[in-house]
Structures are given as structure tokens and as C-alpha cells.
Design a protein around this ligand. Structure first.
Ligand code: NAP
Length: 293
């Protein structure tokens, strides 16, 4: 049974608790993201960045659907988000490299909630390898994990967004698409293709009321970052603390990011309020990318 959406949800400032009043310089500002009852798919969301995005969207009143490969983690995460936000969270075990599994998940979400408005594409990261140690199967796996998984979600969700003439597709990549990082060959190379895909879809779907944007996390405290820390510690013969200290020296903010800081930006991009942001690649990185744009 489709759930009702406010006809002009971004102007609906009466719908507590989604009305936020922020005190600014003695006055007040009101911000409503217009996410109440929007249906959002977040892939690879049992942990880390995906989980934080699902939590934040659910807090804003969206009905979220999450997937990952490990059923136990997924059940635990869905239950925790749902308890915290009092909103239903749909979940299904999916390997995002499997086109049929992605199609069946998106169909199940549409069946459950009656629509799909927002899709945030995410996956695990590829291994950190040097070029000399990387064989064809590593390249193929990275293409499946990062690029084809995004293609599969875009293919299934964009037609559903077109039905309602409204949509948000947001790809999670990495700040490596703006500034390649030594030792992250597969990420540097294949995420650039995802960024090209997102930019092209932004052109093709804007006329249908759909925005497509790409978000580029910098060093953010998650399990994935802990794994990378231990790989680099071993490879370079330094302690894990020294690896992290090296990153912090490169980050103008002087610290790692939190998944919640990342999720806040993604949630804004998914919202009604970001209706004229299209085709961008936004770094959420504490300033580590040194380029002008
Ligand atoms: P994380 O904490 O390791 O979480 C990864 C999530 O993806 C888990 O829920 C995992 O669950 C799921 N997943 C992995 N492979 C999957 C697959 N094939 N199909 C479905 N779900 C899958 O990682 P994270 O730090 O949140 O990173 C998310 C993405 O952002 C990665 O691509 C990472 O490389 C990138 N990134 C992260 C950072 C950072 O500093 N954290 C910076 C730049 C880019 P299962 O294992 O159960 O499937």
C-alpha cells in the first residue's frame, strides 16, 4: 500500500518531529528536509558509512531499505535503526555484485513500500594493492564491486523514480576520484568510472525530476578504515598509530571524520532542499583534497 507523501513536503514545516528550529545570531531558522515517507534504498548498509546514512534518513522520516551480505549484521542493524527512529526498516541479504539479487531486492522494496524515491549506492572497498601485485581477476572483481553494482542499482531504481517524476541517485565513491592515493590503485581507477557514470546519468535524468550526485568520503572511522590501517602498517613496517597520524597530518581538519558527519551531507543531497544540486562530486573529507574545485 503506497504511503502518502505531503504534496509540497519541503514547505510542510508543521510536521514535527521533522521540523528543526536552529537558533542563529539571536533569530531562528527552520529547516525541513522533506524526507517524511520518502522511500530510500541504501546498499551495503549493515555497517560503516551505509549504516550511518540509513540511520540519518530514517531519523528524518524516510522509510529505508538496506542490504548487505551477512544476514546477522543486517538484522541487528535494521532492528537498531528501527528502535531508534520508530520507523520501519526493510532489509534483505544481497551481494551487490549479483544483478539478479539487486533486481529482486529493489522489486521487494517497491512491493513493500509502494515506491522508490532515493537510492544510495555503496559497496565494500577493493583491496589495497600495488600494480605489480594486481592480476586480471583483481581488476574484474573491482569492476564488479564498484562499477557494475552501481549500474545494477541505477538500472532498477531510475525507472521507478521516473514514474513519480522525482528521484535522488547518490553514488558513494571516495576522495580518490579527486586526488588518487598511492597504494589504492583499484579504488583510484574504477571509482573514476563510477564518477563518469554518475555525471552522465545526471544529464540524462534531470528532465525527469531526478538528481544524480556523487559523494566522496575522506578518512572516516569505520571497520574498512581499520582494515586499511592494518594493511598499511604491515606493508610499510610502521605501527597503526603512525599510519593514522600520517593521515591526520594531511587533513587540514587534523582528525578523521565520523560516519555521522558523512551521513549528514548525503541526507541533505537526498532531500527536497537539494533539488538544484545535480551532477556534482562532493568531498566530505576535512579538506584533504587540495584542488580548487
Ligand atoms: P565498512 O565499514 O567495511 O562497511 C562495508 C559495508 O558494505 C558492510 O555493511 C558490508 O556488509 C557491506 N558489503 C561489502 N561488500 C558487499 C557486497 N558485495 N554486497 C553487499 N554488501 C556488501 O566500509 P565503509 O568504511 O563504510 O566503506 C563503504 C565504502 O566507502 C567502501 O567502498 C569504502 O572503500 C569507501 N570508502 C571508505 C572510506 C573510509 O574512510 N571509511 C573512505 C573512502 C572510501 P557485508 O560484509 O556483510 O556484506
Amino acid at each position: 500500500m503506497p504511503l502518502p507523501l505531503p504534496s509540497s513536503s519541503f514547505r510542510d514545516l508543521t510536521a514535527t518531529p521533522f521540523r528543526e528550529t536552529i537558533e542563529v545570531l539571536g533569530g531562528t531558522l527552520e529547516m525541513n528536509l522533506g524526507l517524511t515517507n520518502r522511500v530510500a534504498i541504501i546498499s551495503a548498509a549493515s555497517k560503516g558509512l551505509g549504516r550511518a546514512v540509513a540511520t540519518e534518513l530514517s531519523r528524518e522520516g524516510a522509510r529505508v531499505a538496506i542490504c548487505a551480505r551477512t544476514a546477522a549484521d543486517l538484522v541487528e542493524t535494521a532492528g537498531q535503526i528501527s528502535r531508534e527512529t520508530s520507523n520501519e526498516v526493510f532489509h534483505q541479504t544481497v551481494d551487490v555484485t549479483n544483478a539478479a539479487a539487486v533486481a529482486s531486492f529493489v522489486a521487494a522494496v517497491e512491493k513493500r513500500f509502494g515506491r522508490v524515491d532515493i537510492c544510495i549506492t555503496n559497496s565494500g572497498g577493493p583491496p589495497s594493492k600495488l600494480f605489480k601485485d594486481t592480476d586480471s581477476s583483481d581488476w574484474k572483481s573491482a569492476v564488479d564491486l564498484l562499477l557494475m553494482s552501481t549500474v545494477f542499482f541505477a538500472k532498477e531504481t531510475l525507472p521507478l523514480m521516473q514514474k513519480n517524476k522525482w528521484g535522488r541517485l547518490i553514488t558513494i565513491t571516495s576522495y580518490t576520484v579527486k586526488q588518487p592515493v598511492d597504494g589504492l590503485l583499484l579504488s583510484n581507477s574504477v571509482r573514476a568510472a563510477v564518477t563518469g557514470l554518475a555525471r552522465t546519468l545526471a544529464n540524462e535524468y534531470a528532465a525527469h525530476g531526478i538528481t544524480v550526485n556523487n559523494v566522496c568520503p575522506g578518512y572516516t572511522s569505520t571497520d574498512r578504515l581499520s582494515e586499511l590501517t592494518s594493511v598499511l602498517s604491515e606493508r610499510n613496517g610502521i605501527t597503526q598509530e603512525e599510519v593514522v597520524a600520517g593521515w591526520k597530518r594531511q587533513i587540514p581538519a587534523g582528525r578523521l571524520g565520523t560516519p555521522e558527519e558523512f551521513a549528514a551531507v548525503v541526507t541533505f543531497l537526498a532531500s527536497e532542499r537539494a533539488s538544484y544540486v545535480n551532477g556534482t562530486s562532493i568531498a566530505i573529507d576535512g579538506g584533504i583534497v587540495r584542488s580548487l574545485l
